[in-house]
Design a protein around this ligand. Structure first.
Ligand SMILES: [Zn+2]
Length: 325
């Protein structure tokens, strides 16, 4: 409400209302609006020109951001170190382990492959530090994949090693009777004189002369395939199936103490030397089959012979004498 002002007129001796001019009042209003605008503008200019004036909250956020960038940097450095160690393991894996167990090396592209198809990092786009975060995430993903590939490769190697171990323990590799002074080899594999007919005949095994009752050992791990006397000439004999295509045969036994289907380990006593079947005196006739073909057992004693001893065995076995059959 605007105040009404009066002034005293001495001529009429009365108060008169003072009429205010309308134009002046409008001017004052306009001027004050303009003043407010001006003041606001000046304040805005000041505010925009002094950005270093930050609230405590802004300061804290900024510090947090700087710390995060620093941590990302450290993380990237650590990832580089891990990558180096992993590269070294991969190198050994490809050039030593996989070579040793005859597995193909894993190609570099397969080990370092990223993730194709959809953009996995879309959610990380559109921020000030998107590039840093996306790069780091990508490196981490590739590293993870490399580790998975490497871990699978080691599983494969472990299986191959197991397989190799089982192959090595299955293959016949020792002499079937104790032969420390190597004097028991009576006749080898090859053309020999038949002790009964005195004609040259191919001798398919090796003869170890030994007193009746001398223990006979399984020469590798396997399963008893036969233990009987129903095979012409062999008398009481045992056949062991060693898997991987190998079979060993022990003939003219005095007796045997295994049955068909039984599993045996290298070195187990399976029977005793005798002279049953077509035999010229107590001895063990020993044969090795590979894929159903008889091969020379001379190459299968590496389990307990030094190179010098092997030479001696070789010399004895090669003499073209009369076999004991
Ligand atoms: Zn023989």
């Amino acid at each position: 409400m605007s105040k009404v002002k009066y002034h005293y007129d001495s001529e009429t001796q009365s108060y008169r209302k003072i009429e205010r001019r309308k134009g002046r009042r409008t001017g004052i209003v306009l001027l004050s609006i303009l003043g407010s605008f001006l003041a606001g503008f000046i304040l805005l200019v000041i505010y925009l020109n002094i950005p270093q004036i930050e609230t405590p909250k802004e300061k804290a956020l900024k510090r947090e951001l700087q710390n995060m960038e620093l941590q990302y940097g450290l993380l990237n450095k650590k990832m580089s170190q891990i990558q180096n160690v992993l590269a070294n393991i991969e190198d050994r894996d490809n050039n030593i382990y996989r070579v040793y167990f005859e597995a193909n090396p894993i190609p570099e592209e397969q080990r370092l492959a990223g993730f194709g198809g959809i953009n996995r990092y879309k959610d990380l786009e559109g921020f000030d530090n998107s590039k840093l975060i996306i790069e780091t995430s990508k490196r981490m993903d590739i590293l993870t994949k490399q580790l998975v590939v490497q871990s699978k490769s080691l599983d494969e190697i472990a299986n191959l090693a197991k397989e190799k171990e089982s192959l090595l323990s299955a293959v016949p590799a020792i002499q079937p009777v104790k032969n420390e002074d190597l004097s028991r080899i009576a006749s080898g594999y090859g053309w020999r004189t038949d002790p009964f007919t005195k004609v040259r005949k191919f001798h398919h095994g090796m003869d170890f002369s030994a007193p009746r009752g001398t223990p006979v050992y399984a020469t590798g791990n396997g399963r008893i395939k036969r233990a009987d006397n129903r095979s012409t000439g062999y008398g009481n004999h045992i056949r062991i199936d060693h898997d991987y295509g190998y079979t060993s045969l022990y003939a003219h036994l005095y007796k045997y103490n295994v049955r068909v289907g039984q599993r045996v380990q290298r070195g187990d006593i399976i029977g005793y030397v005798g002279s049953t079947g077509r035999s010229q005196g107590p001895h063990l006739h020993y044969e090795i089959f590979k894929d159903d073909r008889r091969i020379n057992p001379i190459n299968f004693y590496y389990g307990n012979l030094s190179p010098e001893e092997f030479d001696k065995v070789l010399e004895k076995a090669q003499q073209e004498n009369q076999s004991l059959d």
